[in-house]
Design a protein around this ligand. Structure first.
Ligand code: SAH
Ligand code: SF4
Length: 369
């Protein structure tokens, strides 16, 4: 079996090169070829000795998950579907804005956490993605997007958010090397604050992330009380709000000048009352944080409705009046089912083997292939 070098961060690659009797600076050269130049063919790595290139070709590959489809939304959002084998596919979304380009990356094929309002959760869970499959999304998107419009060829992807399919902190061991590659100057060189992990609140893994790689943290809050959160985000039954808030405070000890971003999906008549906003103020008092309100993005049979705009505005107003920076997320790419919570890819649920629930749009994209 060939070794996929996209599975290694810098330390991992050094260790593998050492096993082959090769020097660390060779590993660094190969890291740069792979991630900075998007090269997958060892024979094209021209500043490396021919004998080493031949050795690498015999032992290793650079293999991201292959692209199944690549679609452009009317608003410029671009959605990629990647084949991760055995009938499973994952989605990655590029969101261009005036001052940045954000890539929304998946961490699992499906998700086991079953939040009530999330289409990925509805799809069920198949497996964790490997490091190569996680970083491969960035690799593929960089290559597809090409060099930036700016004269110095600056890359179009300036920010990464782990907000695609899956719960990143439930795939900790494969996630961390991918995050390290995003930050590594010999790979993608993104600053720590431009890489965000979004979690539904897996408390022990939040502590481990703070130690291993304290990137920006977003926490999917969605409810101000345990009673409601138990229903909307079932992992709350295991890690209730008091523990979650304590974990947020501990996280900031490792990332002192940072803040936690709380994501809050606005569900009509469920969690969007003035009283809910006031309860949130109480919950997060003294915690450096921002709020990002996400208008609910519907999907078939979700059973929820998006809060009216005026309701979202009033809710945001209560938080803002209390001095909390609050943004409302613009819905992007929903014409191609690329908006938050609409990513479904294609997942064969391991726990319900006969239920492959491919979304109609994805099936269509795959038929077009
Ligand atoms: N599993 C992680 C990251 C992926 S989801 C998490 O839950 O944080 C990214 C964000 O989209 C989360 O805040 C999630 O709660 C939210 N989301 C899920 N379904 C949604 C929907 N239908 N409409 C709007 N936001 C949704
Ligand atoms: Fe999983 Fe996040 Fe969706 Fe919940 S919101 S089911 S944790 S992907």
């Amino acid at each position: 079996m060939l070794v996929n070098l996209l599975d290694f961060d810098a330390d991992g690659l050094n260790a593998w090169f050492a096993q082959q009797g090769e020097k660390p600076f060779r590993a660094r050269q190969v890291l740069r070829w792979m991630h900075q130049r998007g090269e997958s063919d060892f024979s094209a790595m021209t500043d490396i000795a021919k004998s080493l290139r031949e050795k690498l070709t015999a032992l290793a590959t650079v293999s991201p998950a292959p692209t199944l489809s690549d679609r452009l939304s009317d608003d410029g959002t671009r959605k990629f579907l990647f084949d991760v084998g055995n009938g499973n596919a994952i989605e990655t979304v590029f969101i261009p804005e005036d001052d940045r380009g954000t890539l929304c990356v998946s961490s699992q094929a499906g998700c086991a956490l079953e939040c009530a309002f999330c289409s990925t959760g509805r799809q069920g869970f198949n497996r964790n993605l490997t490091t190569a499959e996680i970083i491969g999304q960035l690799w593929q998107a960089n290559r597809a997007l090409g060099p930036g419009a700016k004269p110095d060829g600056e890359r179009l992807i300036s920010n990464v958010v782990m907000m695609g399919m899956g719960e990143p902190l439930a795939n900790f061991d494969n996630l961390v090397p991918a995050l390290r590659l995003m930050l590594d100057d010999n790979a993608y060189g993104l600053s720590r604050r431009r890489v965000t992990v979004s979690t539904s609140g897996i408390v022990p893994a939040m502590d481990r992330l703070a130690e291993a790689c304290p990137v920006a943290l977003a926490v999917s809050l969605h409810a101000p009380t345990d009673g409601l959160r138990d229903r909307l985000v079932p992992i709350n039954r295991k890690y209730p709000l008091a523990e979650l808030m304590a974990a947020c405070r501990r996280y900031l000890v490792h990332a002192p000048r940072d803040f936690i971003t709380f994501e809050y999906v606005m569900l009509d008549g469920v969690n969007d009352a003035d009283a809910d906003a006031r309860a949130l103020l109480h919950l997060v008092r003294d915690l450096p944080c921002k709020f990002n309100l996400i208008p609910f993005n519907p999907f078939p049979d979700s059973g929820y409705r998006r809060s009216p705009q005026e309701r979202v505005r009033r809710f945001a107003g209560i938080l803002v009046d209390a001095g909390i920076v609050t943004t409302t997320r613009k819905t992007r790419g929903d014409d191609i089912a690329a908006a938050c919570g609409q990513l479904a890819g294609q997942v064969k649920d391991k726990r319900k083997p006969n239920a492959s629930r491919t979304s109609r749009k994805v099936q269509f994209a795959m038929e077009l292939r």
